[in-house]
Design a protein around this ligand. Structure first.
Ligand SMILES: [Zn+2]
Length: 320
């Protein structure tokens, strides 16, 4: 599929107090790995525009917006904390707005026919940010902002958010629980932070799908659950646009997760997601970077995943 990569150098200005692991080095690791991937190295890295307050406000409450827009500390050395692991420094607001803006801009490019798939390599991540609360390293829910942009700006009727991060995307589920035009479908390790995402959480008329796997789950079993228990439910929802929270902390090298995935498993997942987008959503596919905390594994996984999007041929569609 014709694939574009969006990023923002503002992501390097969002600092966190040591020994926090959601660091600027993560973004550098992803971009360096993409530069080292021959098929991606020549592709333009599009610098994202910031999302507007109106765009972010489709996902988040006014109180949430006020907290983040006014959350930067006065001093360049200081941090403002929303909880024990979610911080802002001077520069964080611009990084967060461009993270959301990348996802919105990706929707615009795809709806304009300029691309079919997009990978947004930005930080901070987004999927733990609820409608009214920054949380879990996340200030704005980038994928939720983009999903609402597709619905409210372009008038689509149904969109799906598929979350393959090792953690449950509680913030995106929070959106689906009050927005029936959104399906949220997550495969994640349980029990694990943030403790939500049980399989009996089904949202509004089944628009929430949670598939849980235990620590120690390997790639074959993880992909089998994705193929059998998650993707068919999304396909039945008939989304007009597919969004993917692409976290790579399910990698066996990751310090936060207990799964045993590797780069090859993320390639296979990307193939299935391409197939779904092509089949159900006119090849409209926006993927946003979420977690991934072993820099080497994160970079290799994100680059392999994005290269698979750009090849655009899933194992199933290749024979069509
Ligand atoms: Zn995660």
């Amino acid at each position: 599929m014709k694939t574009v990569i969006l990023t923002s150098d503002a992501g390097f200005d969002h600092r966190v107090p040591p020994p926090h692991i959601e660091t600027p080095a993560r973004l550098r690791g992803v971009l360096d790995a993409m530069a080292d991937t021959p098929s991606l190295s020549g592709m333009e890295r599009i610098q994202a525009r910031p999302a507007t307050r109106e765009e972010v406000g489709r996902m988040h409450t006014s109180a949430h917006l006020d907290a983040v827009f006014n959350g930067e500390p006065a001093s360049h050395e200081a941090f403002h904390g929303f909880d024990f692991d979610t911080y802002m420094c001077r520069g964080s607001l611009n990084a967060a707005l461009r993270g959301a803006g990348a996802a919105v801009q990706a929707v615009d490019m795809i709806m304009a026919g300029e691309a079919e798939a997009a990978f947004c390599a930005t930080r901070p991540p987004g999927h733990h940010a609820e409608r009214n609360r920054p949380m879990g390293f996340c200030l704005f829910n980038n994928i939720g902002v983009a999903a609402m942009h597709a619905l409210d700006h372009y008038g689509l009727s149904r969109v799906a958010i598929i979350d393959i991060d090792v953690h449950h995307g509680n913030g995106s589920q929070d959106l689906a629980e009050s927005e029936p035009r959104v399906m949220f479908a997550s495969i994640h390790e349980s029990p694990l932070y943030p403790g939500t995402g049980m399989e009996d959480e089904t949202g509004l008329n089944g628009n929430v799908v949670n598939v849980t796997v235990a620590a120690g789950c390997g790639g074959d079993a993880w992909l089998a659950r994705l193929e059998t228990d998650l993707l068919p439910r999304v396909e039945a929802f008939a989304p007009e646009f597919v969004f993917v929270s692409a976290g790579f902390d399910g990698h066996r090298a990751d310090p936060l997760g207990g799964l045993l995935l590797d780069e090859g498993d993320y390639i296979r997942a990307a193939e299935r997601l391409c197939d779904l987008a092509r089949k159900s959503a006119s090849s409209r596919l926006v993927c946003c970077l979420e977690g991934g905390y072993d820099i080497g594994a994160l970079g290799r996984s994100a680059a392999a995943f994005t290269e698979t999007l750009s090849r655009g041929q899933g194992s199933h569609s290749a024979v069509l």
